[in-house]
Every structure is written in structure tokens, then in C-alpha cells.
Design a protein around this ligand. Structure first.
Ligand code: C5P
Length: 315
């Protein structure tokens, strides 16, 4: 005989089980809706996925911390050859001081299928002039700018928000308390300079005059890993040029820490000149240590394969 208590227990069980089933169903259909509408982490067809996965290394160390700072010899010598230094300090000792001064952690290791971090990578190309991209750029979660690329006076075309600025000593500018300083180090002296600008302020010369101090929040400093630069050079650029440009490194940095990447301000003028939106000058885009053409081709491929959205400006 089934008594009343058993009947009650069965009823409670059925009701709990059906609630769980409904919740699971809702979650699955929301996911498939998100996948279909492709907001973030969009699915790629197998050919695109192959191209991407041959280049993208999810395990790459992006920024320096105590756990990952040691360099193997190949990385050390590749990195040391980028800009010849006359006097060389001990890398490990410098890094030890460095990581005692700045946040020593794995930044942005929170990747998950449900995260949808949108990022704008803003290069310094003159194709931003007259673009009216400002509001679109500012609507992204992260806005990553580089070198001296200003916002004051250019808000309509480039926006006003800067959450991250990628610099090296020779390109450094002041930044406000909302901005993360991201050092792109090309030599040991660059690491020493970063220490110096927040402490002794005695370094004002690399291969040229550099600012001995800049305004920036010490708690928001990050240092790109030399091995990350080598990975980009070898895996993404197949060793074209001498080393990747600041813009290309910033873009791949964004691919690693963001879920949706929009790219602005990249590309030479129609005449092939390297020009800036904030000043009147132009030079051949393939001059210098970077292979601008090859970088451009990889960026176009990333756009075709829906891993980034490239905004090309209006001229
Ligand atoms: O000239 P600068 O190095 O400050 O520019 C930052 C980045 O913006 C470059 O590394 C490059 O990737 C991008 N850029 C570009 N076309 C230009 C100027 C800059 O693609 N005409």
C-alpha cells in the first residue's frame, strides 16, 4: 500500500526534477541562440578553424609574472637581438625587481564560453580621420591604444576611452588612472626604464632621449612577455620582417584576452604611405623593421575568417 507520505515524496521529487529539466533546457537553448547569432566566440567552419589553430596558441604566456618569467636560451637570444644594447644587465635580476614593483599575476586568465569581452584595438593610421568611429570605439569594454595616439581633439573619430595603452620607452606618454600601461619591451634597458620611471627616474637615454618619468598608475602596469613576441613573430608572421609592429602585437594581445575584437586605424594610405591621424607626415609603409604588407595580409585573413572585425576608415 502506498501511504500519503510516500505520495507526497514522489510529488516533491517529480516537481524538483521537472524544474531542473526546464532550467537545463532554457540554458541550452540560450546557448544555441547565442551561437547562432554569433555574438562572441563564434564557431568557424573546419577550414577556417584549421588556419586559425595553426597560428593561435592558447597556452602562450602573454604577460610576465614570477611563475613564467624565465626565458629559454632561444627566446632570450631572439629577444636580445631585436635592438642591440651596448651595456647589458642581468635579465633575471631586473625581472625580479620589476615583479616586486608591479602586479605579479596572470592577467585575464578568466576565459570561458560565457565570457563576452569586447575590445577595440586602435592603431594610429590616418584612415581614422573623418571616420566618426569614436562612439563605436568607446562602446567596447576594452579600448587598446598604442604609442602616442592621442584622443584629445580627435574624439569624434577615435573616441575618448583608453583602458590599455601599449608603449615602449621611446613612445611613452602620460596616461590617466583608468588606463593600464602595457610595456612592450624590446631590450633589458626597457625593463629597467619601467622600474626607473616609478622609482629613481634616472634613465633618460636609450638609443635616443626618453622621458625619465610619466604619469601612470603603478597598480595597472603589465609587461608583455618576450616569448609572446617571439610566438607572434614565428607563428603569426612566419618570421617576416625583423619583428612584429606594435599594432600587430596589440592585435594578437587582444585576440588572447578578448572574445570579440574590432580593429580600427590600421593600414597605409592609398599611396602606400605610413601616416598618422594626429600629424602630417608620411613614409613608406614597408620601411623599418616590420613587414607591413605581410601583417596587413594576416589581418585581412583574420577579418575574412570572422576572428576580428576590421574597420577601414573612409578615405
Ligand atoms: O606609427 P605607430 O607605430 O605609432 O602606429 C601604431 C600602430 O598602428 C602600428 O604599429 C601599426 O600597426 C598601425 N598603423 C598602421 N598604419 C599606419 C599607422 C599605424 O597600420 N598608417
Amino acid at each position: 500500500m502506498i501511504n500519503k507520505r510516500t505520495l507526497h515524496r514522489v510529488a516533491v521529487f517529480v516537481s524538483v526534477a521537472s524544474t531542473i529539466c526546464i532550467l537545463l533546457f532554457c540554458q541550452t537553448s540560450t546557448r544555441s541562440f547565442l551561437t547562432d547569432s554569433c555574438v562572441c566566440n563564434c564557431a568557424m567552419d573546419s577550414e577556417d578553424l584549421l588556419w586559425f589553430s595553426q597560428r593561435y596558441k592558447p597556452s602562450a604566456n602573454v604577460t610576465l609574472n614570477t611563475k613564467n618569467s624565465r626565458l629559454d636560451w632561444q627566446t632570450y637570444w631572439w629577444w636580445r637581438s631585436l635592438q642591440n644594447e651596448s651595456t647589458v644587465a642581468n635579465y633575471n635580476k631586473v625581472v625580479e625587481v620589476l615583479l616586486s614593483l608591479f602586479p605579479d599575476k596572470e592577467h585575464y586568465s578568466d576565459s570561458s564560453p560565457s565570457r563576452c569581452r569586447t575590445c577595440a584595438v586602435v592603431g594610429n593610421s590616418g584612415n581614422l580621420n573623418g571616420s566618426h568611429y569614436g562612439p563605436l570605439i568607446d562602446s567596447q569594454d576594452f579600448v587598446i591604444r598604442m604609442n602616442e595616439g592621442p584622443t584629445d581633439g580627435f574624439e569624434q573619430d577615435v573616441g575618448s576611452k583608453t583602458t590599455h595603452r601599449v608603449i615602449y620607452p621611446e613612445s611613452a606618454v602620460d596616461m590617466d588612472e583608468t588606463t593600464h600601461l602595457i610595456l612592450l619591451p624590446f631590450k633589458i634597458l626597457d625593463l629597467q626604464w619601467l622600474i626607473s620611471i616609478f622609482t629613481t627616474r634616472h634613465i633618460d637615454l636609450t638609443y635616443m632621449y626618453v622621458k625619465p618619468s610619466i604619469k601612470a598608475d603603478r597598480n595597472k602596469v603589465m609587461i608583455l612577455h618576450p616569448a609572446f613576441m617571439k610566438y607572434i613573430y614565428e607563428s603569426w608572421l612566419q618570421s617576416h620582417g625583423q619583428y612584429p609592429s606594435t599594432g600587430f602585437i596589440s592585435l594578437i594581445f587582444a585576440l588572447h584576452i578578448c572574445d570579440e575584437v574590432s580593429v580600427f586605424g590600421f593600414g597605409p594610405s592609398k599611396e602606400g604611405a605610413w601616416h598618422h591621424y594626429f600629424e602630417d607626415f608620411g613614409m613608406d609603409s614597408n620601411g623599418g623593421p616590420h613587414d607591413g604588407d605581410f601583417e596587413g595580409k594576416v589581418i585581412s585573413k583574420l577579418h575574412q575568417k570572422h576572428r576580428i572585425t576590421m574597420y577601414k576608415g573612409w578615405w
